[in-house]
Write a protein that binds this ligand. Sequence first.
Ligand code: NAD
Length: 470
Amino acid sequence: MGKIEFFQQVNQNFDRAAKHVRHPEGLLRQIKACNATYRMAFPLKRDDGSIEVIFAWRAEHSQHKLPTKGGVRFADNVNEDEIKALAALMTYKCAVVNVPFGGAKGGIQIDRHKYSDSELERITRRYTYELVKKNFLGPGIDVPAPDYGTSAREMAWMADTYIQLHPGQLDAPACVTGKPTSLGGVRGRKEATGHGVFFGIREACRIAEDLHPLGLSTGLEGKRIVIQGLGNVGYHAARFLEQGGAKIIAIAEHNGAITCEQGLDIEKVKQHHLEHGTVLDFPGATNIPDTADALELECDILVPAALENQITLSNVDRIRAKIVAEAANGPTTADASEELEKRGVLVIPDIYLNAGGVTVSYFEWLKNLSHVRFGRLSKRFEENTNTTILREVERMTGKQIPGEMLTRLAHGADEEDLVNSGLEETMISSYHEIREIKKKQDGGIDLRTAGFIGSIDKIARCYLDLGIFP
Ligand code: NAD
């Protein structure tokens, strides 16, 4: 099989959906096009004094809404095609979950394990400086976030660099999301993508009409799940799924996989992974030395949460999951996805399922612009009101509510409560939105195509309301 062009894969999905919408051809071409790409090369003075050239990109796929939004990844195989594809996915994803941003993505072509912390800091700060120079960064322009290989630490360096270059700009911290809470981050962001994956899978598993044809009962309880990638998204998704009653029967990492039919203890596997750099040899589990084999295990739900192009025409025939829940971006190629659809596998698509990250990033951006923590003004008021009501109930019934219960019932929503509630609402309502689109097409399309149809219509509306395409 030839090299898989990721952007072409995204466009293939777009084209499938475009057959079901009625918009001018030129407008569809505009929506599909990547608006701006900045490719850069800059020097890094390594700790040993040698000079290395670092290659990096930022792509802003669609500016129909501003700012544009999307993560920055550090990976040694990052390339322009991949960044444009991921930026495009961000455009459609934001539209699916009604987050008012255009799509963007950035990447630095490095294996982060081969650099010291201070080298990574110099690379990140220089990348930020390059973005500022070309006006590719800012609270109203383009707002990065963590992605594969990056975390709150890199976002802190980016925010700090931007803030130093814009003295007195009150909204400057809103230039990136996924920051540590001490620097304006929002509680719940770190786990948001995995948490959203959990809400999405749970919602899909509530619908008997969809689950029974797969031979599955409703609910998460006892569902046998395989997770690929125990990083930010995979770990948190696995943790929430386990708490929700599912059994994680296998975990695959880049250097090996493990399986255990009784279910793996996620927290313990994570600890083992941190200590040994591998999930292999986890006590009580069986090793799967070729990690790709884990995708082919018989299971109810397969959650690819690592990288793109994991399920392709070369292995799709051996995938035995009843549900493929795409936590990663682009884990299934367009052709492989069609094959799964033909076989009746329920594919919960990336443009919906991993949108929890950008949803909570939106909340963080709003927090930064409003300069106040969610719940700060209302928490105590809610608590006082709830306590007054509960005291009145006690007076009317003549029964005393136990202290612990009173505290729990009177609790006013704090930042984390509000963020998680906003995330849950977004994931539930968006699932039904795309499912309704699918139903309107008499079920003749899959959920991915339904998601794209909804996105295309929403983005087209922005252009049409400008009168650009009469
Ligand atoms: P991460 O770097 O935290 O974790 C990725 C994990 O996958 C790592 O532990 C890595 O070792 C593992 N991995 C790499 N290749 C593998 C392979 N072949 N088999 C098994 N495991 C492998 O990255 P992340 O932030 O968790 O991102 C994972 C995916 O989710 C990416 O596609 C990313 O674009 C997508 N995503 C991330 C976010 C976010 O908020 N971080 C949001 C939306 C989508």
